[in-house]
Design a binder for this molecule. Structure first.
Ligand SMILES: [Zn+2]
Length: 329
């Protein structure tokens, strides 16, 4: 290889890397140590109970992202109203599910502290804004949730607005992640950046367990994983926006909440029956939306908490108990 060719090659690679967000594509993820799943309780689901004394859910608004219209809802649908055809600032939420016996489960990690824009230029770029102290770990500290109180971290999926704070959370807690095999495959894929998984946000080593083989048939949810073996937190697959996407049904002592995450970004996904326009599988995204809709019809009084519906968080500054959100907002 002559010197001129070497120079030309390195120039091309450098420009390529510069364009692709500082070589996002070439960044490795941390070691993902897969461990057998440690079941809580007797391991037998009691999903039929409709309420759970002492279980409560804290929602944390970690910041806001400017989501492109096509990510929020499919722009090719002929039924789309004009007000849904532009980018919107939407909240990025993380949850702490407090169980009186076992401790705290975190679902999603929200946005990291400091500069939080992310993406893969020139393919996509997501502007972001966050207040000082709004990141999940800062809010957990203020809520007096210690790292050792956290028993599991459950990402709904591995897109930037859900795992931007994962590195800080893993530094705060060595809790094991629970994920689907499809999410694990996405994490390990060399093409993960093209499915919206930012490598630089998952650079830390982590312990994880795959839940697929422990899912049981539930009459309402289909295949689901009962995190506490008492029916208070049930995870079920809602693929389509990403291949390994999870939604959750959580029951406090007062209410039942269906956390759709990005299987329904905003209320109009459900109301109009139109899923996100950014999906790993449009057919699966539609199936998942219909599954959520069927669950809503079958569970009396269940409240849907969408992935990014701004109106649901209009009265929330940074954090709120979901039972209080339902009663006051
Ligand atoms: Zn999202």
């Amino acid at each position: 290889m002559n010197v001129t060719f070497k120079f030309f090659l390195s120039l091309v690679v450098s420009i390529f890397c510069l364009i692709l967000s500082s070589c996002e594509l070439l960044q490795p993820v941390g070691n993902i140590n897969i461990e057998p799943i440690a079941l809580l309780g007797d391991g037998r689901s009691k999903a039929s109970l409709s309420s759970h004394e002492g279980v409560r859910v804290t929602a944390y608004v970690t910041g806001w992202v400017k989501a492109p219209a096509k990510i929020l809802i499919d722009q090719d649908s002929p039924d789309l109203p004009s007000q849904l055809q532009s980018a919107k600032w939407v909240p990025s939420i993380a949850y702490a599910i407090h169980h009186p016996e076992y401790g705290v489960v975190i679902m999603d990690a929200g946005l990291k502290r400091g500069e939080c824009d992310y993406g893969l230029r020139p393919f996509y770029w997501v502007p972001c804004r966050n207040d000082v102290g709004a990141d999940l770990v800062s809010q957990l500290i203020r809520s007096k949730v210690a790292g050792e109180d956290i028993i599991h971290i459950i990402p709904s999926h591995f897109h930037g607005d859900h795992i931007s704070g994962l590195g800080a959370l893993l530094a705060y807690s060595d809790a094991e992640l629970l994920l689907t095999q499809a999410s694990l495959d996405e994490l390990r894929s060399p093409l993960r950046a093209f499915s919206g998984v930012p490598s630089k946000m998952i650079g830390k080593d982590m312990k994880a367990s795959v839940i697929d083989s422990r899912m049981l048939e539930d009459p309402l949810l289909g295949q689901s994983f009962d995190v506490f073996s008492d029916g208070s937190l049930l995870l079920f697959a809602t693929p389509g926006h990403s291949a390994g996407h999870l939604s959750a049904l959580v029951k406090t002592n007062k209410n039942q909440f269906l956390l759709s995450f990005d299987a329904s970004h905003i209320k109009e996904n459900m109301q109009l029956g139109i899923p996100s326009g950014a999906s790993s599988s449009p057919d699966q995204a539609l199936d998942s939306l219909q599954k959520l809709s069927a669950i809503m019809e079958r569970i009396n009084g269940v409240k849907m908490i969408y992935g990014h519906e701004p109106s649901q968080w209009a009265c929330v500054n940074q954090s709120i108990d979901l039972d209080v959100l339902l009663a006051t907002c």
